[in-house]
Design a binder for this molecule. Structure first.
Ligand code: IMP
Ligand code: MG
Length: 179
């Protein structure tokens, strides 16, 4: 499928499933090299990161613990700047190495608001892995340690990312059409 319509918006194919897969494997290899024998907590940021996290951990070759946090900062195609924590990780973060897994870092509002909350639980370290990074849109001094693709400031869907809860199950990533 080269074009999809979700609600009122039209999207075109942007990153193919095969290219995503290659990139996720590379990220998994890098993280495995850095974290082998350190048993990090992989903190999946719901909902958008569920597919990326599932693929990433299966390509990693090391022990890890998988936890989930649910953060909400978006309404439609605009970042609201308000971050709600709808679900907290269950396990003890104290002294643990944490890798936050994001589908996309856009303005950075979500993680800039969430990281201080996480730091309050005294982890040993925090790093971020994001599949996509809209570097131009970033408004916070956020260090995205690992990322797959740097993309322009255009709305994307698929591979976990949604437009008003639609499009998450698309296997490729699609970009909003300009007109
Ligand atoms: P930020 O707080 O602006 O960095 O945005 C973070 C969250 O907004 C991401 O984790 C996504 O869930 C969502 N988001 C940002 N850009 C997009 C997009 O292009 N498509 C779908 N969701 C997005
Ligand atoms: Mg997200």
């Amino acid at each position: 499928m080269d074009n999809v319509q979700l609600g009122d918006l039209h999207f075109e194919l942007y990153i193919k499933e095969q290219d995503i897969r290659t990139k996720v494997k590379e990220l998994a290899r890098e993280i495995t090299n850095d974290y082998k024998d350190r048993n990090p907590i992989i903190l999946c940021v719901l909902n958008g990161s569920f597919i990326f996290t599932a693929d990433l951990v299966r390509f990693m070759e090391m022990d890890c613990e998988i936890q989930f946090v649910k953060l909400k900062s978006y309404s439609g195609t605009e970042s609201t700047g308000i971050v709600e924590e709808l679900l907290e990780p269950m396990s003890d973060i104290n002294g643990r190495e944490v890798i936050i897994v994001e589908d996309i870092v856009d303005t950075g509002n979500t993680l800039a608001a969430y990281i201080p909350k996480l730091q309050y639980r005294s982890p040993k370290s925090i790093k971020i892995v994001s599949l996509l990074f809209k570097k131009e849109a970033l408004v916070h001094p956020l260090d995205v340690h690992y990322y797959g693709f740097e993309i322009p400031n255009k709305f994307v869907v698929g591979y976990g990312l949604d437009y008003n809860q639609k499009g998450r199950s698309l296997e490729h990533i699609y970009q909003l059409k300009s007109n």
